[in-house]
Every structure is written in structure tokens, then in C-alpha cells.
Design a protein around this ligand. Sequence first.
Ligand SMILES: [Zn+2]
Length: 411
Amino acid sequence: MTTTPQTIEVNSRRYRWMQRPVVVVCVDGCEPAYLDAAIAAGVAPCLARMRAEGTDLLADCVVPSFTNPNNLSIVTGAPPAVHGICGNYFFDRELGEEVMMNDPKYLRAGTVLAAFADAGAKVAVVTAKDKLRKLLGNHMKGICFSSEKADQVTQEENGITGVLDMVGMPVPSVYSAELSEFVFAAGVRLMERHRPDLMYLSTTDYVQHKAAPGSPAANAFYAMMDKYLAQLDRLGAIIVLTADHGMNDKHGADGAPKVIYLQDQLDAWYGPERARVILPITDPYVVHHGALGSYATVYAPDEAAAAEWIERIRALPGVELVLTRAEAAARFELPPDRIGDIVVVSEQSTVLGTSASRHDLSGLDAPLRSHGGISEQRVPLICNRPVSGIASGRRLRNFDALDLALNHAAA
Ligand SMILES: [Zn+2]
């Protein structure tokens, strides 16, 4: 019989071995106001109980407040400077082309999930979109699949078969609330049938991009989620819930998105093909946000140009912060080789685009809500049990979720 270690060290942090199953839930785009509104409306009794009798904290996510950098931070317990994933895209100067960062080869750190699995823990990961699955499950022994491709699982690739039968739901549309419901339903079934020691559930922000806190669609989503959380709670799991980022309205009173088209602006100032604006929010699924978020990076021909451009971009209405590469890497703990010469963050109600002609907004069937900036940095960090030993004044991060669950939650 093998004995399990008492603690595991990953990315210079120590985690205690679990005494009971631990579930970390990343609710995509969960601005704290969604929970407040759902609880106030009386549709989320489990969440209400978690906050009242367990632990109710707020934490800061990683900026850029995008999905992949934050999901990877949560599972590695570290910022992007350590794990390397700071968006969906960066510009590879040596290749001279824009490169997608979805491939696990861009990961520079191991995950806490993989380390526990290597030490003998039963680990399971369920994500909504398949784009995250390979990153989250990198080098991890155990169960790992997405709702999006739940009909294509194999023992070899996903560590499980027959997911549709197990969950009792068809494969949902990639643009639906059901894609996230599938994640929770699968999580409950896995807990009943496999009882993983450590489980990570990660949803998609389709609903949050369309529906504001307290709206009927939002409350319905959180009521659905609450039902599954209650089941996981009854099954004896320690649950820590956090978010990859918040979500805000990015439009004016007329409903039209408030956009700074940064590539157009720089082209107008300095001529075409001098600046290269990269929006790391861009991904294959852009219908619900038109690739518009509150964060952009700019590549300039040289340092002198970057310094000049920074002053001018700073003066644009709707811009919150403009930093050099070094400043941004230090302030937001980002890998300097994967961000531009300039990092631009826009204010809460404003987004950054490249050229107007490159954004297809025809798929936006509701006024734009999005994320990416400092204005979406506050996220919930709640647990169904009390926690102890958190130093007062400590700046909590969403990537402290595993630390909270394993090291601080009452067993
Ligand atoms: Zn997200």
C-alpha cells in the first residue's frame, strides 16, 4: 500500500493533502453582483448559506481579466509571469506572426491538479469549452473533458467514457447556458460515482456576456448553479467558488458599444503598418463579444516610438491606464516576452478594438458586456466552510482558491 504525502509543493507553494473531496468552481464572468442579486431574489439558497455560514470573501483576478490567464492561474496557484499564459494571442516577433496561446506547449508551469494526480490523488476536470481542456489537463492523470465535446470522449484522451449517458444530457450548443449546466451536472455525477479527491469545474460566460446581474436570465443561471452546488455540498465536498473575471456593460445609453479602435487611431496618427495592435481576448468564439474587451497590447517599431505613443494614447477619452512592457509585466505579473511594447487598459464602460473593419458586431444581439480591464478584477472567493489562518490585510487572489480549500478550510 502506498502512503500519500502530507503536503505537495507546486510553483513554490505548499498544499496540504485533502481529508475530504475538494471542488474548486470557476464561474466564468461572475461579477460579485450576480451572487448578491440571485441571493436577494431568493433563488440561490445554497450560495446564501455558503456566504452566511462558510466564507464570503472578494479577491482580485489577473489582469488582463480574461478567461485563459485566470483559469491557468487558478490551477497553477500562480500568476501568468510563472505559467506563461497571458491571453489567447500574442505576436511572435521572431516568427513575425500572431500566435494562438491555446496550445499546452506555451505553459511554463505545472498545475496543482497534475501534481496531486502524480502523488496518487483522484483528479477530475470538467470545462465548458474545449479550448481550455488541454491546458487545464496538461500532463494530468485522471478525468478531463469538456461539455462541448462530451460526445467525443475516449479513455485514452479523457480518462473516461460514456459521459453523455452518465450526465443524462445531450451535447449543448457552444453558445448556451446549458454548456455550463452540463459542467455542473457532470461534476455532481462524478462526485457520486468516482468521488474524486480534487475536482475543478470551469463554466463559460455566455450568460454573463448577455445578461446583467439580477436580470431574469442571470438569476435563472445562478438558480441552476445553486441546485448543483447544494448536491456537491450534501456529498461532503469542500467547495471553493471563484471567477476568472468580472463583467461590465460596455455601451452607452443608446446601447451602442463604446469602442476605441486603437489600430485605426495609431494608423491615423503615424501612418499604416507602424503599429500592431493585438487583442488577446480574440478567440474562435467571438459571437458574444465581437473580440472587444478592455485590454490591448501594442507593438511599436522601437522604444522611442513606444514612449511617444504612450503619451498620446493616455490622453484618449476612455483610456484608464497605459504602461510600458516592463511596467505592465511588473504590475500585473505578466511574462514580458508575450506582451507588446505597450499595454492599454480602458475604463469600465469602454472597450478597445483594432480597426473598425476587423470587428464583426453583427452577432451581438444584446448591448455589449465584456471584460479584460482592471474594472473586472474583483471576483468572489467563497467557501461552503469557514476558513482560518488567512493573515489580515492579505491581498487575496482568485488563484488562492486551492490554497483556501486545501490549507485553510475547516475539514
Ligand atoms: Zn471568462
